[in-house]
Every structure is written in C-alpha cells, then in structure tokens.
Ligand binder design. Structure first.
Ligand code: PCA
Length: 205
C-alpha cells in the first residue's frame, strides 16, 4: 500500500476549532485506491509544529505529505505554491512566542516551491465541485513554517517524498457574524482527497 500523511492544526487565536483538522479527519475517510492515509494533529507553535510533522514522517515513512492549515478570509481551498524562509508572526503562537523577521533555516534557500502538481491539484479539486485556487503565499506564520520545513526535509533528506501545503477556509460556525467566507468540512475534505489522488498520480507542475 502507498502511504499518505495528512497534517492539520489545533485551534489558535480567537476562533474556536480549526477547519484544517476537521477537513483532514474527513479526508482520511475518503477511499483512495491502493493507499493508506495517516493523520497527525500539529500544535500551532513555531517550535513544536515542524518537529511533530518531522516525527510523523519518520514514523510513517509516507510517499506523499499534504499539510493543511486554516486561513480565515479565504473563500476557496488554496494550494500553496511557495514557502519562504521567514517567520514574521502577526500574533503570538500557542506557546506565547511571536518571532518577528526571523530566518527559519539559517543556511536554507530563500524559498522552496511546492512538490505538489499545483495546477492539476487545483483542477482536481474544482472537478470535485469545490472552489479552489493557486496561492502565491502561505503567509509568514506557523503554516509557512511547517511548509518550509517540509520542503527543506524533501530537499535535504527525503528526495523521494512529494509534499506541499493547502489552506482551507473557515468552516461554518467559525464566522457566525458572516465577516469571513466559510466552506463546509465535507467539501474541504473532498478537495483534499482529490489533491491526494492527483499527487499520487501526477508529475510535478
Ligand atoms: N493556520 C495558521 C497556523 C495554523 C493554522 O491552521 C497559518 O496560516 O499560519
């Protein structure tokens, strides 16, 4: 069986729950022929999140990793193109740490591109009936940290691993005043499953 790892995040900031974890849990229930899916919940901390992700990769030895995060304000599932070697936190993480303008990996390149076949992933999510788009930035908070450290791991130690990052909108109930767009966890999960199938099938880009 081919192995796929999905990661999602715990809640952070002022919003209850985290749509990424709800979507990841549901995505893992989608049947993907010939593949077994493992999920791991990451803390929203600059120190803990990349370590938990790396430990899960060591333990599970997946062929594909799709890391998923919540992005308040987005209306579509966003397949991220680029991870930057920067952390610039607009609010404290769940450890109370707020690094400003720090480099993530001292000797690492300024940026990495996703290892996912970006356009095919977006098309596959749309074909499954879910609004999806390419995104040029995963921000400079914990999600970008996980994305960059994932791509750094691929570049330095795991050349066979295909990985990338996907942001999902808030889910209904997380924006009861209607200030932000929402997407149901079922639809977000459908998009993630479509992205996993595409990553298992396709060539990069
Ligand atoms: N979203 C945050 C961190 C955790 C999450 O789900 C981000 O976009 O950085």
């Amino acid at each position: 069986m081919r192995r796929v790892l999905l990661t999602g995040f715990e809640p952070f900031g002022f919003i209850d729950g985290n749509s990424s974890w709800e979507a990841v849990k549901l995505a893992a229930e989608h049947p993907i022929e010939g593949a077994v899916i493992e999920t791991v919940l990451l803390p929203v901390t600059f120190s803990g999140a990349p370590l938990s992700m790396e430990a899960a990769i060591e333990a599970f030895d997946p062929e594909v990793v799709v890391a998923v995060g919540q992005a308040g304000g987005r209306a579509a599932v966003a397949v991220e193109r680029v991870a930057v070697n920067l952390v610039d936190a607009s609010m404290p993480d769940n450890d109370g740490r707020q690094p400003i303008g720090d480099v993530l990996v001292a000797d690492g390149p300024g940026a990495y591109f996703t290892g996912l076949p970006l356009r095919s992933c977006v098309e596959a999510a749309r074909a499954a009936g879910v609004p999806a788009a390419e995104s040029m930035t995963a921000g400079t908070y914990v999600c970008n940290t996980v994305f960059y450290r994932l791509m750094h791991l691929v570049a330095t130690r795991r050349p066979g691993l295909r990985g990338g990052f996907v942001h999902v909108p808030l889910m209904p109930g997380q924006s009861l005043d209607g200030a932000y767009p929402t997407l149901s966890s079922e639809l977000a999960a459908k998009a993630i499953a479509a992205i996993v199938r595409t990553a298992l099938d396709g060539d990069p880009h």
